[in-house]
Write a protein of this length. Structure first.
Ligand SMILES: *Cc1c(COP(=O)(O)O)cnc(C)c1O
Length: 347
């Protein structure tokens, strides 16, 4: 099987970590693994002095935990809704009855940053919620420009980096990000099932709300002191996080990001060759989103006959290929060739 859907192709030896017996987690050995995970993750995202909470959940629970513990404590939110994932912030705030204002961004477009500054200047929200990479379209947002605006008006910056962590340059302290969330099945290129919440030093000073027993920040932070989670963690998945981060730091985070970018650029040249349009104004490294011309309705099924997965979308003719996995340039040549063949099947 070749998968260009998240989390992408994972190396066999990393997959095998979760194929054996499950070691017990209330041990000093597992505490050591988690403490090392925290150190390596903070290092990789430039969040020295901060903390990482580990949840056994998908990424959306991490987003929800931030809304319930952090945004609820701070008050109001300003949200960039540029697609499926931006809209998820809106739904979470609606669901939890948090006052919020929304700036809608058309599909695959960048923000009008001047207009954004005017709106933030006017409403002075307590918290800003956005994505770094809106994965539904492939559009990357300019976090440094957003951060400048937030700092001008005393707004705390929360960024969903679920599909940009380890795929784009990220430096929480340098970029002024207070809270960031990610999950295992994207940049970490691991099975789904765990999510991470990064809290910068600033965010740790907040008097968190207690609205979610399982995802309570104070309780999780207290347990983190001894390298533990309050409840049973996905033990082997956190062992895989450990191995992945060792490998990433050995390669150098900059090199990991560059390798993903190179693969993305290579695939985009193939898109140009076959005439597939890429709508994103500023395409992110993690995925390439592109429009095919014909046979979109059968594309995924036909690829699956060859044991290949790419990601469809709600938008007609629009597909996404992930660059997070350990696929090769040859794999990308083969993939693009096959998509083109299917596109040209007579019907
Ligand atoms: C994948 C993703 C999520 C979270 O989705 P889950 O299915 O809950 O893991 C959130 N935001 C972005 C930008 C994503 O790419």
């Amino acid at each position: 099987m070749k998968t260009y859907a998240f989390p992408g192709i994972i190396e066999d030896d990393i997959l095998r970590i979760s194929a054996g017996q499950i070691p017990y987690m209330r041990t000093s050995w597992f505490s050591g693994v988690m403490k090392e995970n925290e150190r390596m993750l903070l290092d990789a995202i430039g969040c020295q002095g901060g903390r990482v909470m580990f949840f056994t959940s998908s990424g959306t629970a991490a987003m929800e935990s931030v809304v319930q513990n952090y945004v609820a404590a701070k008050g109001s939110a300003f949200i960039i809704d540029g697609g499926t994932f931006g809209h998820r912030w809106v739904q979470l705030c609606e669901y939890h009855g948090i006052e919020h204002e929304v700036m809608q961004i058309p599909f695959a477009e960048d923000i009008d940053y001047e207009a954004l500054e005017q709106r933030v200047a006017c409403s002075r929200p307590a918290v800003f919620l956005c994505q770094h990479h809106e994965t539904s379209s492939g559009q990357l947002l300019d976090i440094r420009r957003i951060s400048d605006i937030c700092h001008k008006f005393g707004t705390s910056l929360v960024v969903d980096v679920i599909s940009s962590f380890l795929a784009e340059e990220l430096d929480m302290n340098g970029m002024g990000i207070d809270v960031a969330v990610t999950s295992t099945q994207k940049g970490l290129n691991l099975p789904p099932g765990a999510a991470l919440v990064f809290l910068a030093e600033n965010a740790l000073k907040v008097d968190f709300r207690h609205n979610n027993y399982y995802l309570d920040f104070q309780d999780n932070l207290k347990n983190l002191e001894r390298g533990q989670t309050p409840f049973s963690p996905a033990t082997t998945l956190f062992m895989q996080v450990n191995e992945r981060m060792h490998r990433n730091l050995e390669k150098g985070i900059g090199n990991v990001i560059a390798a993903t970018r190179e693969k993305a650029l290579y695939f985009r040249r193939l898109c140009a060759k076959y005439g597939w349009e890429i709508p994103a104004h500023n395409p992110a490294n993690a995925v390439t989103g592109f429009f095919v011309h014909k046979n979109a309705d059968i594309l995924c099924d036909e690829l699956q006959k060859h044991g290949i997965f790419i990601m469809p979308s709600g938008k007609p003719h629009f597909f996404r290929v992930s660059h997070m996995g350990s696929d090769t340039y040859q794999d990308l040549d083969d993939l693009a060739g096959l998509i083109s063949e299917i596109e040209n099947l007579p019907r």
